[in-house]
Design a protein around this ligand. Structure first.
Ligand code: HEM
Length: 536
């Protein structure tokens, strides 16, 4: 029984018919046969062998044998909650998205917070990035804002993501360490990937060990695009600000708590909602008009950069309240399939090469994780609006589509779904003009890896700086390969000489002189390959 009121909304009401509560009910097989005994298998005599005929045993065991599905390849450990989002004021000048234009409606949401590197059973207290994924069940379909608690990312191009994750996950021979970045492969990759410098500053800071999921920010990271009813676009960064403020624990506190209660964040979120202390976050945006695309000394398409709040103010546009715990962890928190390709009219993408690659990866992985092409029919994934299209069949299809035809165009059936004109809410991609040559390339505007890493370091208070230095010293102290430690000191020296000197002192090493960071692999390919091409 829930302690505090846990209000229903359109989404939780739509889940209700799928829930089952067997209190006082007859026990049956999956075919509805009343079961007389599910504790003794069918045997040849009291002490005899079990019989293959025992369909009750077989059904029970077979289902159990298949209870596990693959955990998420990243963000495997998470906790979810239902809630609602309410807009403060309509923003038609920025976007035509329906849920951002009506301050009267409450849009149902489901949120999943997560760690990134550890497996499903790993500790909540790891020094790691936290996922902050929000699904809005809007009247125009699901909109997923799949963010993290840090505003930047390790890499600029999605094609590097498998390398990053292979480096950060436990090492392949011994599967050590669980949920920690303090190991050789992670720092080897990082020290060879200078674009990660800014993110690593965040990761080594107190931001990486939140006090609670209720007390951390969320960031969409990429620059997205708003489009209004006139077709005018602007760039937008999404930010969640917790009304309880941002709080972290210190490293020794994290280690103590982790040992005593590895479910600390999960329990905190659950208990807060059960007791009626509903977590609240304001949705904020930073808006850059389309004509200001090249105004800054960083590229808006580079996911390793923030837009400093001093340059573009943060506007608070609405509030999310998490007011209901899931009924079933697996059915809801585990089976939800977020994807930043789930957009609504008025919200669109940019050409950020990290964003573009993510648009492929999520559905692709979910096809395996959730067993085929019909996972959008799982109750937690269904939108609150009806779904009609010509997609058919496949493993575990739930919908019984009527009629003979499932193609378009067709002249035989009056039942086929009709395409929707843009003026009536049909999604139309933003008409961005593109004139380009194909190339595997990185824009020069992506080359400055250290200015914002330095900006972040300098923004820290003295105690925070000390924590960051301690974290780097601790983490690099776990790295066995001296060359990797030294190369990393070379990177730190490019961020801040004092920082590098203190970490070097802690490690008992010297900062290497002008160590070329990429002496082993040309991590970004050879620019000469495309720069030498004669372009008329
Ligand atoms: C989960 C890929 C970058 C936030 C995932 C999953 C994949 C993935 C495959 C597992 C999804 C599932 O099994 O349902 C990638 C790729 C990236 C990338 C290829 C870069 C190229 C990012 C970034 C963010 C992010 C930059 C934050 C802005 C998340 C979150 C989840 C997730 C929050 C967990 C979603 C959940 O709770 O179910 N990512 N990711 N990812 N990713 Fe990413």
């Amino acid at each position: 029984k829930k302690l505090a009121p846990q209000p229903d909304n359109d989404k939780t009401t739509s889940l209700a018919p799928h829930t089952a509560d067997a209190l006082g009910e007859k026990m049956t097989t999956n075919t509805g046969l009343p079961i007389n005994d599910d504790q003794n298998s069918l045997k040849a005599g009291e002490r005899g062998p079990s019989l293959l005929e025992d369909f009750i045993f077989r059904e029970k065991m077979t289902h159990f044998d298949h209870e596990r599905i693959p955990e998420r390849v990243v963000h495997a450990r998470g906790s979810g909650a239902h809630g609602v989002f309410k807009l403060y004021e309509p923003i038609p000048e920025l976007t035509k998205a329906g849920f951002l234009n009506d301050a009267e409606i409450e849009t149902p949401v489901f949120v999943r917070f997560s760690t990134v590197a550890g497996s499903r059973g790993s500790t909540d207290l790891a020094r790691d990035v936290r996922g902050f994924a929000v699904r809005f069940y809007t009247q125009e379909g699901n909109f997923d804002l799949v963010g993290n608690n840090m505003p930047v990312f390790f890499i600029q191009d999605a094609i590097k993501f498998p390398d990053l994750v292979h480096a950060v996950k436990p090492e392949p021979d011994n599967e050590i360490p669980q949920a920690a970045s303090a190991h050789d492969t992670f720092w080897d990759f990082i020290s060879l990937t200078p674009e990660s410098a800014h993110m690593v500053m965040w990761l080594m800071s107190d931001r990486a060990i939140p006090r609670s999921y209720r007390m951390m920010e969320g960031f969409g990271v990429h620059t997205f695009r708003f489009v209004n009813a006139e077709g005018v676009a602007s760039f937008v960064k999404f930010i969640w600000k917790p009304l309880l403020g941002v709080h972290s624990v210190a490293w020794d506190e994290a280690q103590n708590i982790s040992g005593k209660d590895p479910d600390f964040h999960r329990r905190d979120l659950w208990d807060a909602i059960e007791s009626g202390a509903y977590p609240e976050y304001e949705l904020c945006v930073q808006i850059v008009p389309e004509e200001d695309e090249f105004k800054y000394d960083f590229d808006l398409l580079d996911a390793t950069k923030i837009i400093p709040e001093e340059l573009v103010p943060v506007q608070r546009i609405g509030k999310m309240t998490l007011n209901r715990n899931p009924d079933n962890f697996f059915a809801e928190t585990e089976q939800i399939a977020f994807h930043l390709g789930h957009v609504v009219p008025g919200i669109d993408f940019t050409n950020d090469p990290l964003l573009q690659g993510r648009l492929f990866s999520y559905t692709d992985t979910q096809l395996t994780r959730l067993g085929g092409p019909n996972f959008q029919e799982i109750p937690i994934n269904r939108p609150v609006v009806p779904v009609h299209n010509n997609q058919r069949d496949g493993f575990m299809r739930q919908t019984i589509n009527k009629g003979k035809t499932s193609y378009n165009p067709n002249s035989l059936s009056g039942n086929d779904p009709q395409q929707v004109k843009a003026a009536e809410g049909g999604f139309v991609s933003y008409l961005e003009r593109i004139e380009a040559r194909k190339m595997r390339a990185k824009s020069k505007s992506f080359f400055d890896h250290f200015s914002q890493a330095r900006l972040f370091f300098n923004s820290q208070s003295e105690p925070e700086k000390n924590h960051l230095i301690d974290a780097l010293t601790f983490e690099l102290g776990k790295v066995k390969t001296v060359m990797v430690r030294e190369r990393m000191l070379g990177i730190l020296a490019q961020i801040d000489k004092g920082l590098a000197a203190q970490v070097a002192f802690g490690l008992g090493l010297h900062i290497p002189e002008a160590l070329p960071v990429n002496q082993h692999v040309p991590a970004d390919g050879d620019p000469a390959d495309y720069q030498s091409i004669q372009v008329e």
